[in-house]
Design a protein around this ligand. Structure first.
Ligand SMILES: [Zn+2]
Length: 248
């Protein structure tokens, strides 16, 4: 009986030791897991960087009501850093412009944005003979190309720039590619413009009555007759999409 008990306890000890050893082996894995966790900890930083890079558009809760447009971000078109300093502002108006240069179907939007930034950030003499200073960045906040693609221009928190006589503080500046004194906004551009302005007016709580053209504020042909005459329809469509109440 005693022998039996001894051998039984021996088996018990062996089993226990085996269990202990295997649990020691398992203890190694949490170390690995911990290392993995440490690696994982870095990813939120990466995500954060990506979030900063991404236009705010994609994460706004209002997207449930007004669908978020796809935007080519500054990182995607390889924007250079802004230069110098500029004021920040709160958006109260949405103002529509044209580039006043011919539409180019075959040039990718990234190239168009790079050219616009190069022009914006250097001093030059305008067709009018007036000197344009080197600006902080692209003068407009958003660009809608002839194919309907939208790109992020100057960060919207910064006041835009103009060669004309009005203060762009508080204005979200949206430019469409083309010279609409002679050309027509393409069907794709019109579609993007409606969807995009609907999104913009919802996000910044801009009433449809404050969606206007550049030449409602300054003496200029911008945004060209053929685009200007689409603005009543734009306001109507945006109103339907957003139901943003107008100011009394
Ligand atoms: Zn303009």
């Amino acid at each position: 009986m005693r022998m039996k008990l001894l051998s039984f306890s021996f088996i018990f000890v062996v089993v226990f030791a085996a269990m202990y050893l295997s649990s020691c082996a398992e203890q190694k894995s949490p170390v690995v897991a911990q290392t993995q966790n440490t690696v994982k900890k870095e990813s939120p930083v990466t995500n954060q960087t990506q979030n900063v890079n991404q236009p705010q558009i994609k994460k706004e809760p209002s997207s449930a009501v007004v669908s978020s447009p796809t935007i080519v971000s500054r990182q995607e078109w390889k924007a250079k850093e802004p230069q110098g300093k500029v004021k920040e502002h709160t958006i109260r108006y949405i103002t529509i412009h044209h580039t006043a240069s011919p539409q180019k179907n075959s040039t990718p939007i990234e190239k168009k944005m790079q050219s616009l930034q190069n022009f914006a950030q250097s001093e030059s003499r305008l067709a009018s003979g007036k000197m344009k200073p080197a600006w902080f960045d692209v003068p407009y906040h958003y660009y809608i190309a002839v194919d309907g693609k939208i790109a992020e221009g100057r960060e919207i928190k910064f006041v835009g720039d103009t060669n004309t006589d009005y203060d762009p503080s508080g204005h979200a500046l949206v430019v469409l590619e083309g010279n609409f004194e002679t050309e027509q906004p393409s069907a794709e551009q019109q579609k993007s413009l409606q969807a995009f302005v609907a999104w913009l007016s919802t996000n910044y709580k801009v009433p449809t009555s404050e969606i206007k053209a550049h030449n409602d504020y300054a003496s200029t042909a911008c945004p060209g007759e053929n685009l200007k005459k689409l603005l009543p329809t734009l306001r109507e469509k945006v109103g339907e999409i957003t139901k943003v109440s107008e100011k009394p």
